[in-house]
Design a protein around this ligand. Structure first.
Ligand code: SAM
Length: 220
C-alpha cells in the first residue's frame, strides 16, 4: 500500500472512534467477535505466550489475553489515532510494560517484527486490498495460531460494501472495504503451513482459527 492511503485510514479510524471504542470496552467489555477470538486462543494454555495483533485499534483483545496469562503483546496499527486511547487503557490496567505499540502498515514492516505464538487480525483483512500479502505476513509471523475475523461472503454484504465504497469515492477517500473470498484465505494460510482448525459464523462476521501444521522456515 502506498503512503497516500495512511491518512485515509486515520480519517476513518479516528480519535472519535477510538474514544467510542474505549468507552464501550470500559462499560461492556469485549464485543462478540473479539470475545470469540479470546475464547479460541484460550483453548490452549496462554501462560507465557506472545501475541501479535495487527489493526487492533484500542488493543482490547491484547488486554484480555494478557490478563488471561499471555506474557507480552505487540500491536501494529496503521491509524495513528488510536494511540492515546490505547495507552490510557494500558495504564489503567498497569500493562504498559507488556505491550509494544507501533504505528504503520504491517505488510511493509515484515522483517522488523518478532515472531509471536499467536497473530490476531480482527476485522482488518476486509480493510486491506492485498489479502495474500497481509494474511501471508500474519502466518509467517505466527509460531502456532492465527485468528481472523472477516465478513461472510453474502450478496447483501457485498452490496453494502459496494455502496460504502461509492461513498468513500465521493468523499475522495482512498479507503475501500473488501469481501475477500474465504477459499482464497484458506489457500493462502495452507501454503504458509496452516490449516483451518475452527470457525464461528455470525450474521455478518466469520471468526476463523488457523493452526500451524507444518514447521515455519528455519530462520523463525
Ligand atoms: C475495522 S478496524 C478494526 C479495529 C479493531 N480490530 C476492532 O475490531 O475494533 C480495521 C483496523 O485495521 C487497521 N489496519 C488495516 N490494515 C492494516 C495494516 N496493513 N497494518 C496495520 N493495521 C491495519 C486499520 O487502521 C483499522 O484500525
Amino acid at each position: 500500500m502506498t503512503d497516500c492511503c495512511q491518512p485515509a485510514y486515520a480519517g476513518l479510524f479516528n480519535s472519535r472512534r477510538a474514544r467510542k471504542d474505549a468507552k464501550s470496552y470500559r462499560k461492556k467489555g469485549l464485543d462478540g467477535q473479539s470475545a470469540q477470538i479470546v475464547s479460541f486462543l484460550s483453548t490452549q494454555p496462554l501462560d507465557g505466550t506472545t501475541i501479535l495483533e495487527v489493526g487492533g485499534g484500542i488493543g482490547a483483545i491484547q488486554l484480555e489475553l494478557l490478563k488471561a496469562g499471555a506474557d507480552r503483546a505487540v500491536s501494529i496499527e496503521l491509524s495513528t489515532e488510536y494511540e492515546p486511547a490505547a495507552r490510557e487503557l494500558l495504564a489503567e490496567a498497569s500493562l504498559e510494560e507488556r505491550v509494544d505499540r507501533r504505528v504503520g502498515d504491517f505488510v511493509g514492516m515484515n522483517g522488523d517484527l518478532p515472531i509471536a505464538d499467536a497473530v490476531v487480525l480482527n476485522k482488518v483483512i476486509c480493510c486491506y486490498p492485498d489479502m495474500p500479502a497481509l494474511l501471508g505476513a500474519a502466518c509467517d509471523h505466527a509460531r502456532a495460531r492465527v485468528v481472523i475475523t472477516v465478513p461472510r461472503e453474502r450478496w447483501l454484504l457485498r452490496a453494502v460494501m459496494g455502496l460504502a465504497n461509492q461513498w468513500f469515492r465521493l468523499r475522495r477517500s482512498a479507503f475501500r472495504a473488501f469481501v475477500h473470498p474465504k477459499q482464497g484465505m484458506i489457500e493462502e494460510a495452507t501454503q504458509r503451513g496452516f490449516q483451518l482448525a475452527d470457525e464461528q459464523s455470525g450474521r455478518i462476521w466469520n471468526v476463523i482459527l488457523f493452526e500451524r501444521v507444518k514447521e515455519p522456515p528455519a530462520n523463525n
